[in-house]
Design a protein. Structure first.
Length: 476
């Protein structure tokens, strides 16, 4: 073999080795995490209950946008969990726009959800189908701070390992919808009979819960190649816990879980700071009260701490069993799904007009006047709405993103049928359009199915599940 040919072959070999070393598959898996404070100023209304929202007078614990950025060498995805009851799609779209303009990450690679804490100030429109012409001051603030948090997480990107796991915590989740004994009178705000009742108390008329619960906490964990914790993103199908002090702003048990995980993992005061988060799963019909036995009244925040502590200990107890991966393939799909906006029936519309025409009329049915106004709002809304659905793959794990308060049956079906395991659903993701019961639960009635609480067509959950499973199938 001539010297010239030998040199040529050697050169080709070196170039091939160099190209292989620089191929996307050989790039290190990276993770960055950061938080951004989204605590509102005092004076705003604390939403989440009936009646006039009470003004915020005290900050018990700060609210955050908890941000994670993952990079597999080919592309990046962004996951954000916000300590907020709801954030309208348009506000989150603006946050994504700011991130894209600053970093180039496309908006359809970003998943932004809310925890649904009931002790926060709203960043949503009064009617999700009719956005305002301008953002409120707080909406502007939230969008900017979320974008800042994501950009900080990008700045914190570093080589990392990833693991995923699950653990069951069944003692903290209860179906809050109950079927009542035959003969029990139940009516919706329009005087129509119901079969199920939300939060029925410890009534002697209780028959049985109207649906299942999902006891599973699924989670993602991130650490440096040397084993230093970087972040943890968990998911649990528990609505919220509540039990704050009067007029208090609080992240509820979601924030306490994050704080407790950091403590249990010995991850305090790291550089960059460790970030933990608990996202809300499919908890539209789930809460922390077992109405079969009732719940002992506790001082403010005690029940939150109890729930957060049990969840954090369960998750951290799985750490020694985790299988860590130096690399995990990332993929993500986004789809706009058009759904019909629910309208009042002729009878409901007539009832609503009758109620609103008499300002002195006292409610004869639950929240009658409130829902009469909601019926008119639904009537005046557009006939359809386009919502964002997302499917995310991280290694073998799958994440669904749905912009509703989702019933547990839907989450359980998605877990059972998802080709990626484990899997979980983040609700109130990329906007919020009310409750999402199944068609079967619609037949039972109850608060979550009332016109105005539920805002879209009865078959919406079926269409959403089908669309998500199709996206996961494409990634498989």
């Amino acid at each position: 073999m001539s010297r010239r040919l030998l040199l040529a072959l050697l050169t080709i070999s070196l170039l091939t080795a160099s190209a292989a070393a620089q191929s996307p598959d050989k790039k290190p898996f990276q993770v960055g995490a950061a938080t951004a404070n989204i605590t509102p100023w005092l004076g705003g209304g604390l939403v989440g209950n009936f009646g006039t929202p009470p003004p915020a007078k005290y900050v018990h614990d700060e609210l955050y946008a908890r941000c994670f950025v993952l990079d597999d060498g080919n592309s990046k995805i962004v996951l954000v969990v916000n300590d907020s009851i709801y954030i309208s799609r348009e506000v989150l779209d603006d946050a994504k726009r700011q991130v894209t303009e600053a970093t180039g990450i496309p908006a359809d690679r970003m998943l932004m959800s809310c925890t649904h804490t009931h002790s926060s100030v709203s960043a949503r429109w009064p009617n999700p189908f009719q956005p305002g012409k301008e953002f409120t001051e707080y909406q502007q603030f939230v969008a900017h701070r979320i974008a800042d948090g994501v950009r900080c997480a990008i700045n914190n990107l570093q080589p990392a390992r990833v693991a995923w796991g699950t653990v069951d915590v069944p003692d903290q989740v209860f179906n809050r919808r109950w079927l009542m004994k035959p003969g029990t009178e139940l009516f919706n705000p329009f005087g129509e009979p119901d079969q199920a009742k939300m939060n029925p108390g410890t009534s002697p008329n209780l028959l049985k819960p109207a649906g299942p619960t999902d006891p599973q906490i699924a989670f993602l964990a991130f650490e440096t190649p040397e084993g230093q914790p970087l972040g943890l993103l968990a998911n649990y199908s528990l609505h919220y816990v509540g039990g704050t002090g009067p007029n208090h702003i609080s992240a509820d048990y979601f924030g306490m879980f994050a704080d407790r995980v950091q403590q249990l993992l010995g991850a305090d005061r790291l550089d960059p700071p460790f970030v933990a988060s608990m996202s809300n799963g499919t908890s539209g019909n789930i809460n922390n009260v077992n109405f079969a036995v009732g719940r002992v009244k506790r001082p403010p925040y005690e029940q939150m701490r109890y729930v957060a502590d049990e969840c954090a200990k369960a998750v951290c107890g799985q750490y020694e069993r985790l299988q860590w991966h130096d690399h995990a393939a990332l993929d993500m799909r986004q789809r706009e799904l058009e759904l019909g906006v629910r309208k009042p029936t002729p009878a409901q519309l007539e009832h609503a007009k009758m109620v609103l025409a008499d300002p002195d009329r006292k409610d004869q049915f639950p929240h009658e006047r409130n829902y009469a106004s909601k019926a008119i709002q639904q009537l005046e809304s557009p006939d359809t709405v386009s919502v964002i659905l997302q499917a995310v793959r991280i290694g073998d794990l799958g994440i669904s993103a749905i912009p509703f308060e989702v019933f547990s049956e839907i989450g359980l079906e998605l877990k059972a049928r998802n080709p990626f395991q484990p899997s979980f659903t983040m609700e109130l993701a990329n906007g919020g359009y009310g409750y999402l019961p199944t068609p079967e639960q619609h037949e039972l009635g109850g608060y979550e199915t009332w016109l105005g609480t539920n805002k879209v067509e009865v078959q919406a959950s079926t269409k959403i599940v089908d669309a998500l499973l199709q996206m996961f199938a494409e990634m498989k």
